[in-house]
Ligand binder design. Structure first.
Ligand code: FES
Length: 201
């Protein structure tokens, strides 16, 4: 007799002895056990496995999918500089800010330029340098005291108002605030080629 059958037989024999039967009698008893009882135990075991498996898997799936389900392009507040630094400026000042965005599981950190305008009635303004015509970066031209887009010559005044050229609207204001003496800005992108400001991301 092969060794695995010997092991099985001796195991059955031991169990059978515990039930007052020899090995052969025990195996016959098991085979003759009512099918409904074994089926019921099988179903119960399967159901329990599904319940426990689901309870463990759902939180893991939610954690894994969270970055994909959350808003991927949301931007927070970026520091521009200490508010005192801009208290006495007389014209637009270009500043570089660090912008953090999340795209799925990736955190994207980039550097963007913004223009801080002289405060008016105590209110600070920060402009996006992106041209609302086709998206070129608009420099402040000190000699002309104007913003002049190098791509198609759109011109904007010192406060960002449209003066001339193909741009359909003024330069876009960015949301800003002073928090603990720090000027902060929320960097956003806006739709081009339309006369009203519309946030893209
Ligand atoms: S992109 Fe600025 S004028 Fe066209």
């Amino acid at each position: 007799m092969p060794s695995f059958l010997l092991v099985r037989f001796s195991f059955s024999k031991t169990i059978g002895q515990n039930h007052g039967m020899n090995g052969t009698e025990y195996q016959t008893a098991v085979r003759n056990e009512p099918l409904s009882r074994r089926s019921f135990l099988g179903v119960l075991l399967g159901f329990g496995s599904v319940v426990v498996g689901s309870a463990l898997a759902i939180p893991l799936i939610r954690v894994a999918l969270h970055p994909l389900l959350s808003k991927t392009t949301e931007t927070g507040w970026s520091d521009v500089g200490k508010a005192d630094e801009f208290a006495s400026i007389t014209g637009p000042i270009k500043k570089l800010i660090t912008v953090e965005q999340r795209d799925g599981w990736r955190k994207i950190v980039s550097e963007k330029a913004v223009y801080v305008l002289p405060a008016k009635d105590g209110a600070m303004r920060v402009l996006s340098p992106i041209c609302p015509h086709l998206g070129c970066s608009i420099p402040w031209v000190e000699a002309k005291q104007q913003f002049v887009c190098p791509c198609h010559n759109a011109i904007f005044g010192v406060n960002g108002a449209r003066v001339g050229g193909p741009a359909p609207r003024a330069m876009d204001d960015l949301e800003c605030k002073i928090d603990n003496g720090m000027l902060k800005v929320r960097y956003q992108y806006f739709r081009q080629l339309i006369p009203t400001k519309e946030v893209l991301a």
